[in-house]
Write a protein that binds this ligand. Sequence first.
Ligand SMILES: Nc1ncnc2c1ncn2[C@@H]1O[C@H](COP(=O)(O)OP(=O)(O)OP(=O)(O)O)[C@@H](O)[C@H]1O
Ligand SMILES: O=P(O)(O)OC[C@H]1O[C@](O)(CO)[C@@H](O)[C@@H]1O
Ligand SMILES: [Mg+2]
Length: 528
Amino acid sequence: MDLSISSPFRGAFPGPTSTFILNPKSRCSHSLNFFKHRNSYSKNPLFSRQKIPIRAQVSDPAVDDGFVIDDVPHLTDFLPDLPSYPNPLQTSQAYAIVKQTFVRPEDVVAQKIVVQKDSSRGVHFRRAGPCEKVYFKSEEVRACIVTCGGLCPGINTVIREIVCGLNYMYGVDDILGIQGGYRGFYSKNTLILTPKVVNDIHKRGGTFLLTSRGGHDTQKIVDNIQDRGINQVYIIGGDGTQRGASRIYEEVEKRGLKVAVAGIPKTIDNDIAVIDKSFGFDTAVEEAQRAINAAHVEVESVENGIGIVKLMGRYSGFIAMFATLASRDVDCCLIPESPFYLEGKGGLFEFIEERLKENGHIVIVVAEGAGQEYLAQSMQGIDEKDASGNRLLLDVGLWLTQNIKDHFTKERKMAINMKYIDPTYMIRAIPSNASDNIYCTLLAQSAVHGAMAGYTGFTVGPVNSRHAYIPISHVTETQNTVKLTDRMWARLLASTNQPSFLNCDESTGGKVCKDTIDLINNMKITSI
Ligand SMILES: Nc1ncnc2c1ncn2[C@@H]1O[C@H](COP(=O)(O)OP(=O)(O)OP(=O)(O)O)[C@@H](O)[C@H]1O
Ligand SMILES: O=P(O)(O)OC[C@H]1O[C@](O)(CO)[C@@H](O)[C@@H]1O
Ligand SMILES: [Mg+2]
């Protein structure tokens, strides 16, 4: 089977192997044929649903440029006879003088932006934006919005902009708010959302719709979607939420329902794969500066001041890393991805003592997920999980504080001034800053355009600064973590001049060093 011939979409991509010319009259409808083909191929184990190397199928390997499109599903994949309608934006005042109102169906966004002359063109995603044809009449839309997982600055802005986007751009006025996360679908009453109701909510932190962990019951949720006549579902949440959204999309498809499922990635941990950055992350990093600054002011005003600031980051140390890089007052940053050790040569105690001698004070930023292996050793048997199944973390901040105190006062007989600051919830419970607010608006509008155009099972987000529709399954395959082998971590080490904890000393930290080296050896080398 040769996709390069059967797919009408293929000709849309000019390049060395492109021999087909896209019919200039065909826009979204053209691409939809392609999805139909693609979806049926997905049932064939020979074709991965996510990665169809369109050009890789050509017979002449000499001209294979490795172009791959990782496309999102469309309602017509399983409802082939759905009618389409002209996009009302065609007559919208807002877009009246826009040069190119609609994204072209052949517009894609490259996942890998740094390439070499001979490198393969790689994976691409569909560009997000308004499409010439829509698959919903305005008056037929009944949308709902749900927020799940932990808080993050900007959730309310996304809610507001989905409501306003649906109403102002597409004339939709039937929008429901599902309260209290996934379980709210089947256990709570809905809220009616209008631009007036959500007008001021972006000025507040938290989520206007309330949130929760756990409680995802796919059958009950989709039953409820069906019973209420909902046909667009906007799901705002982190990696767990996106996994839940994927289950909902699969069930909707199985039941053959005309329901578009759109995921909007949310997490201050910035651990969602593929996208450049999650909304609220910058706001959280900015807020973390206040805690770091307080720690610095405190410790530089006393003798042998040691400031410890604990920041969020369950499995990913991005907040700690970026807060450290932004601050310049941090002497050492500890993250979950980089094992560290306390005693011996190259260890944390030695470094603290050096900095105290040099500067009279030290500031340490620790991500909450760092050093969990040590804590687990000292607090055996504690292995609790939250309602979503996420491991509950032990308090590394308190553990570190106690260990440092014991070492310096008992062993080294040094008087120290310890200041421990735990601003964890403060950095995520605030409204988003200006740039996050703009980012949230783009995410919301892109999600609305995608759902109106009939795309489903997608997550929206920026890939190399261009907003794209990414299959939800792709986003949930892996988790974004700080790569110790990337230049960004090296930049941090170069900025703080802290130990890398790679100096092996068999008598003390040898095991940790070995763990780190094994970890690095198993990592895919990438650079940012
Ligand atoms: N594998 C899964 N399948 C279905 N639902 C899931 C899955 N994982 C998590 N969920 C549901 O998603 C919701 C949110 O998950 P979780 O609490 O892990 O937060 P999250 O979305 O990852 O956000 P964050 O980590 O930023 O707080 C919960 O209601 C949970 O039940
Ligand atoms: O205490 P909660 O609300 O369950 O959330 C804590 C977790 O949520 C996050 O903010 C996002 O996953 C993590 O950084 C943190 O571990
Ligand atoms: Mg999560």
